[in-house]
Design a protein around this ligand. Structure first.
Ligand code: M6R
Length: 604
């Protein structure tokens, strides 16, 4: 993810761009830059690291009168965080900012290099600006040259481009990455990846659809569809309340974050799924040398993500895998051997217990890896290598999208490792890659499903407890479902392996004990069903989550039919998140800031 901002008008362009970037910094912060065209001259500033570095660099720079500006905060996909790789990228007389990945950039770059064009950066983005300038040599109209350039690009993009010979305009295009254009009653025009960047500035916005592109000047916004037809635009009034706008119409951040999962998971996979393999540019070929065991360590939801994926590492990558709760590992005087890869999983990267275990592992000489959502966090700085989960800022204390992206990264990592170790056939790997690509679709929340859960939630506000049950990877998912409910409803809930209920907990079964049963079609179906039957026979109230209804259920939440249990896993995860959300709402609790909890637990 990266964040982009653009502005055309007479106000202070630098301030508008920097303030916009500040709102988008969560989308990436390894470098930032801006280009402002003022009185026929480009002013360019770039800085590595957080936005404050760019602010420092531009502190004496001011603009006056009419100007056109574009800006970018970067989360690297190609090339290290350096000034040369920071956006905007430069041609002879044009600049571009881009969010996404240009998949065919190598072939476009080679063609340009043959024509003698030199490249300064290692990014895929730079090819856009050179391609545009090359097209300009044969196409007199600058906008037509831009249109031709866009048609040459494969991949995902939100693009803003400025050029000296059209110094009152921004050319723009969107496909697969977010982009909006906004305006105010004074004819000022704004662009941004998300509306929080233009709140209090733009009065109305238009959210571009995929394959739309166009140009904008003061008082003039033209958008075209894929076939080149000019669109008549319906702008939406923009809220002036930043907080409610940040929630984008959702009641709670948690709800927004549940709905966002489909989009962020696509970011998590961006550039990491190739035709026949998983690719992590963070991990070099020798990374797994000498490793024959993996130890995951985490807390809370992150621990559940590790537990879920430990099944995959043993099953697919055929490597011995264990999972530890960080606060337990710290004092158990563990045997940490050098053939073990020590992996910490954390949304914040600051959880004190997890961080301490990471330090312990390092001290013991183990190779370490952090799977983390926050770049530059303590864990990222401590671990040998990091894979970022790219979930974006998670504000709800009850973690949702962080969990989804952690499981996705770990699933990909198990396949990456299996590929390196040769424990998976080419065909199976291809099939798994196909499944991963299905995730954005699976994670899209269907209104009908949400409405059903909302309605059902009223039956689950009392009772003496909840059991969430499942087998295999659905057992950690059951743990996660119970944790979500506990955190925001304050009702007692436990996650249990279905097969273990008969060894004691079944004694609690009665109509006031609610069992939420995860019944996947593609994994241990009959066995799980038998376990549910045992509870049903003891009169527990049972809600089954499955694609197939069973008579033993008192309530049934239907998910889609899927070809593989991991897709069932992700859809059930959404159901569990929504169920706890709706129960908490009915109980009148503070969903985003539940009592006694904090988003980041930096104390022991
Ligand atoms: O930032 P981390 O992932 O290290 O945090 C670990 C736990 O504190 C966290 O997952 C917690 O359990 C969440 N509130 C769960 O929703």
């Amino acid at each position: 993810m990266c964040g982009i901002v653009g502005y055309i008008g007479n106000k202070d362009a630098k301030e508008i761009l920097i303030e916009g970037l500040r709102e988008l910094e969560y989308r990436g912060y390894d470098s930032a830059g801006l280009a402002i065209l003022n009185s026929g001259e480009f002013n360019i500033y770039k800085a590595v690291g957080k936005l404050k570095n760019l602010e420092e660099k531009t502190k004496d720079f001011t603009t006056s009168g009419f100007s056109v500006g574009i800006a970018h905060t970067r989360w690297a996909t190609h090339g290290k965080p350096t000034e040369l790789n920071a956006h905007p990228h430069l041609g002879e007389e044009s600049y571009v900012v881009h969010n996404g990945i240009i998949e065919n950039y190598i072939e476009l770059k080679k063609e340009l290099e043959k024509k003698g064009v030199g490249f300064l950066s290692q990014t895929d983005t730079e090819v856009i600006v050179h391609r545009f300038e090359d097209n300009k040599k044969t196409i007199a109209d600058n906008f037509k040259a831009f249109e031709t350039t866009i048609n040459e690009l494969d991949g995902a993009y939100a693009i803003l481009l400025v050029t000296k010979s059209s110094d009152d305009k921004i050319f723009f295009a969107k496909k697969g990455s977010p982009l909006l254009v906004g305006k105010d009653s004074n004819g000022n025009v704004y662009f941004a990846s998300s509306d929080t960047a233009v709140i209090g500035k733009a009065e109305e916005v238009y959210y571009l659809e995929d394959d739309e592109y166009g140009y904008a000047g003061k008082n003039d916004i033209a958008v075209f569809d894929k076939s080149g037809n000019k669109k008549s635009l319906t702008f939406k009034r923009l809220s002036t309340n930043k907080l409610s706008a940040q929630k984008e119409g959702y009641r709670f951040f948690m709800e927004k974050e549940i709905y966002e999962q489909s989009e962020v998971i696509a970011d998590t996979m961006l550039g990491r799924l190739k035709d026949e393999e998983v690719f992590f540019e963070e991990i070099d070929d020798s990374f797994f040398d000498g490793i024959d065991e993996i130890k995951f360590c985490a807390c809370g939801t992150s621990y559940h993500a590790a537990l879920s994926c430990a099944y995959l590492f043993e099953r697919v990558a055929k490597i011995k895998t264990s999972v530890e709760i960080a606060s337990e590992l710290r004092y158990k005087e563990p045997l940490l051997t050098k053939n073990t890869l020590f992996v910490v999983i954390s949304q914040s990267g600051e959880t004190a217990d997890t961080l301490e275990t990471l330090k312990m592992a390092k001290k013991a000489g183990l190779k370490t890896l952090a799977v983390c959502n926050v770049d530059n966090s303590s864990m990222v700085r401590t671990a040998d290598t990091t894979i970022l989960t790219r979930a974006g800022i998670e504000k709800g204390v009850a973690s949702t999208k962080a969990f989804a992206t952690q499981v996705c990264v770990l699933w990909m990592l198990s396949l990456f490792m299996a590929g390196k170790k040769g424990t998976i056939s080419k065909e199976s790997l291809k099939e798994q890659l196909h499944l991963l690509r299905e995730l954005p679709k699976v994670l899209k929340v269907k209104q009908k499903l949400h409405d059903r859960i909302k309605k059902l939630s009223k039956r689950y506000l009392h009772g003496h407890g909840f059991f969430f049950i499942g087998r295999d990877v659905f057992y950690p998912l059951a743990l996660e479902g119970a944790l979500k409910l506990k955190e925001i409803s304050y009702l007692h809930a436990e996650g249990y392996p279905s097969g273990e209920m008969k060894h004691g907990p079944i004694a609690l079964a009665d109509p006031e004990l609610f069992t939420i049963a995860l019944l996947p079609q593609n994994l241990l179906y009959e066995k799980t069903k038998s376990n549910i039957e045992e509870l049903s026979a003891r009169d527990s109230t049972i809600c089954i989550i499955s694609s197939k209804n069973e008579e033993i259920a008192d309530d049934f939440i239907k998910i889609d039919e899927h070809s593989h249990y991991m897709l069932e896993f992700f859809e059930m995860m959404v159901v569990l998140q929504l169920l706890s959300l709706e129960i908490s709402v009915r109980l009148g609790n503070d969903v985003d800031m539940p009592r006694n909890l904090a988003k980041s637990v930096t104390v022991e």
